[in-house]
Design a protein. Sequence first.
Length: 528
Amino acid sequence: MNEVFVLELPLQVEKYQADLLNKRYEQLRQLYNYVQGKLLRQYRYFEQMKEYQACKTIKEKRDFFRSHPFQINETLKGNKTPVMVSFEEYSIKGFVEKLAQKPVGPNITYANLGFTTYILDHLGASIWAAWDKKLYDFKAKRISFKKYGELDSFSSRRKVVGGKVYFSGMELHLDSMELAIKMNGKQGNNAKYIMLKMLHNLKHADYEMWALKDGVESVKVVKVIRRLVRSQYKYYVQLTIEGEKPQKGRTLGKGNVGIDLGPTTVAVSGMNIVSIDKLASKCDNIQPKITRLSRKLDRSRRANNPQNFNEDGTIKRGVKLVWNDSKRYKELRRELAELRRKQAAIRKLQHIERANALLKEGDTFIVENNPVKAWSAKKKETKIDEKTGKYKSKRGSGRSIGNHAPSMFVDILENKVKSLGGRFERVNTQNAASQYDFTNDSFKTGDEKHKLNERAITLSNGDIHQRDMLAAFNLQHLKYNEPEAKQYDTEAMAADYERFCQLEQEEILRYKNKEKKDDRGTIGAEKL
């Protein structure tokens, strides 16, 4: 399988062109919800069958759906047509493609509006992705319908006819940097297109030109997306390109780098670095604003729609609700959407900057495959604080994880390391990096295990270290190729220990000066 990468370019869109694109997004959203409604009705019928209820494994479910196709009566080309469908990927995608001949108005079908089978295939893929998760992921509870404005992309894949490359429903002109999108179903001179100019980013123009050097033949998929920025839609084209990904002059260093991940922090240990930093620290001042706006929205909705709430404040269920949203409510909702967009953009940018800074520290990165989702789980046991006598909070770290996205940072770093030819190892948490003491080659077990709130760790030789940085140092020297877990290179650790202590103290001083804290309290710097 050839390597692929995605290049995103902004589009210059006129007002009338934006209106046409928005209308297309809305038509696709309505079609998406229409298909989901049809499939959901059939699934609820299957749920009542004893044969389906007896299915306990994924294989049994797949066999059941494969052997139980069902019929959907559709009006195609003006005639009632029975279509056989089953809960399988290609069957659902094939059904959606046939809806190109479904009437939208008098003598008008989706095909007449420029919706080709390739564009509908992309819509079918998103519909199947929802059902694949619903049917085979025990955590998925329901199928969701898309609200107004929630569908923000459509695409077409490459097809080759007579040695020439085409994109069904679109034309890509790299010589003039223009994208043409067909707005009707006619061919030749009768075809109607809107021409959108693709713009270069001046900072990365060389990178973009190198990515497009192989021409249209290297492009596999063209996707047109929109994003809501400051209450206005901005449009972009994403080109999925086949070939070697262009580089920006970055190179990997030499040696192992250990990474200890937390809900809000990342600790790093390498030959020339020992550090601990807060992930996406610039998002911290945005979250309180989001919280306040969310409360304002809730108060406004409750004040304008008292008939939709029970006496205990919960939303009524089992009846169709009509919501009356005030003008102020709509303004606050747009403001909240903009804050969330900024937060997501800043978070991703900081992750990328942090990952780029770490590339020069080594060529092999080792990180524990932490169960990040489990960190957000609510605690089952109720405890009382001995000092205050009050109940301790049972909430997990879900809010911190949502704000700082540690998994996203690891994914970004992994992609960058692998694209430069490096090695990225996600090792099992059974290696107990935070419980290992290399000075006497032992692990803390049972009641002796270091608790999460124990930020300063004392080794058998009496030295005190910050917990996360010590764990990163241990991971740096983990023998990850060994078949058995908990195998560390103690000789290399003894040789690198003095350097680690010096770099750690420098990092502790830096942290003390900035007085940084994470959601678990101080990093233990006051004890070191």
